[in-house]
Design a protein. Structure first.
Length: 353
């Protein structure tokens, strides 16, 4: 079992708060990805869980046991760092077995653990090579293998793919996802890359300024963002945010550029309408919910990103088929999928969420 609980956990450096009364429950076998911009506290939080940073407020529980003041070794967690942190004078086999040797695990047992992990990670032919003879992806797999052989309560990943090129990152994402399915272990993964979060996570935790802004499944965060920050951070390209207001007839007015017959829950006044580019469609200029002129387009192979300048609504990104007949300089209408849009109030909170 590998449950991890944070209860009002905090981290302060003097008067500066880095993590603020954070509550988080991670279930046994769950893959949780923590995302956020640089400086939001996500790596500090991971190091607090690992015991590499002292927790100044609250508690951290591992398998129900208070581990707030426990040493890193007593927490039985394995951490995979952004840098591979391999010993250059040791072979792959020796690097993977170093922790076992320190723990005085019998050599026969250690050998079996190393060979089993190497088989899982496709490292068996590389066991007698040195780090300098490996590619970046192979080195990262060795670092993961070193964690696996310890059979920890949980795995902690601190931006493990950031040093790899784009193609290798895709390959390693698949490897890590497969590893989670194989081991069924608890995993906490920190990244600033929301694509990694969307493709790997059972649950995503979005952080800003040391606080959790929203947590949930990738689909929930993508389709039902709780606030403007999450709406803009999750998703590539970003969600379009259009200024709006309730008109006298109770309909949603897009700042005088068009209107929608959206139901308006309660009495909260909307200030922004959020719509993903793929939830918009280009139509004839006399139709649709608003209109503008195509300012630029980007051919992406299977589709195009079309940028429409729509008066006071600003620049709107529409995902269109690659064979769209509309061209730069043409006037177009934009139809909004009302069932897939979000509304936000003046505080940035989602209305009706």
């Amino acid at each position: 079992m590998g449950t991890i609980s944070l209860r009002k956990a905090g981290k302060r450096y003097g008067a500066v708060e880095i993590i603020r009364e954070l509550d988080l429950e991670i279930a046994d076998g769950e893959f949780v990805v923590i995302v956020g911009p640089s400086g939001c506290g996500k790596s500090t939080l991971l190091r607090m869980i690992a015991g590499l940073e002292a927790t100044t407020d609250g508690q951290i529980l591992i398998n129900g046991r208070d581990a707030t003041s426990a040493s890193p070794v007593d927490r039985q967690l394995a951490m995979v760092f952004q840098s591979y942190a391999l010993y250059p004078h040791m072979t792959v086999r020796q690097n993977m077995g170093f922790g076992l040797r320190l723990a005085k695990v019998p050599s026969a047992t250690a050998r079996a653990k190393i060979e089993a992990a190497a088989e899982t990670l496709k490292l068996t032919p590389l066991l007698d090579r040195y780090p300098k003879e490996l590619s970046g992806g192979q080195r990262q797999r060795v670092a993961i293998g070193r964690a696996i052989v310890r059979e920890p309560v949980g795995f902690l990943f601190d931006e493990p793919l950031s040093n790899l090129d784009a193609a290798l990152r895709v390959d390693m994402r698949l490897e890590i996802a497969k590893l989670h399915r194989t081991l069924g272990a608890t995993m906490i993964y920190v990244t600033h890359d929301q694509v990694e979060a969307m493709t790997l996570a059972d649950r995503i935790v979005v952080m800003k300024d040391g606080r959790i802004m929203q947590q949930g499944s990738p689909r929930d965060l993508y389709e039902k963002p709780a606030n403007l920050f999450v709406a803009q951070f999750i998703g590539s390209p970003k969600m379009n945010l259009l200024p709006c207001r309730r008109d006298q007839g109770g309909r949603l007015d897009l700042s005088g550029e068009g209107d929608l017959a959206l139901p308006m829950p309660g009495t909260v006044e909307p200030e922004k309408l959020g719509a993903r580019p793929e939830h918009l469609a280009l139509v004839a200029p006399e139709t649709g919910h608003c209109r503008g002129v195509i300012e630029a387009s980007e051919y992406l192979g299977g589709n195009m990103s079309v940028f429409v300048r729509a008066g006071r609504l600003g620049l709107i990104n529409v995902s269109a088929p690659a064979d769209t007949p509309f061209r730069v300089g043409e006037a177009v209408g934009i139809r909004i999928d009302e069932s897939r849009s979000s509304l936000f109030d003046g505080t940035g909170a989602a209305i009706g969420a």
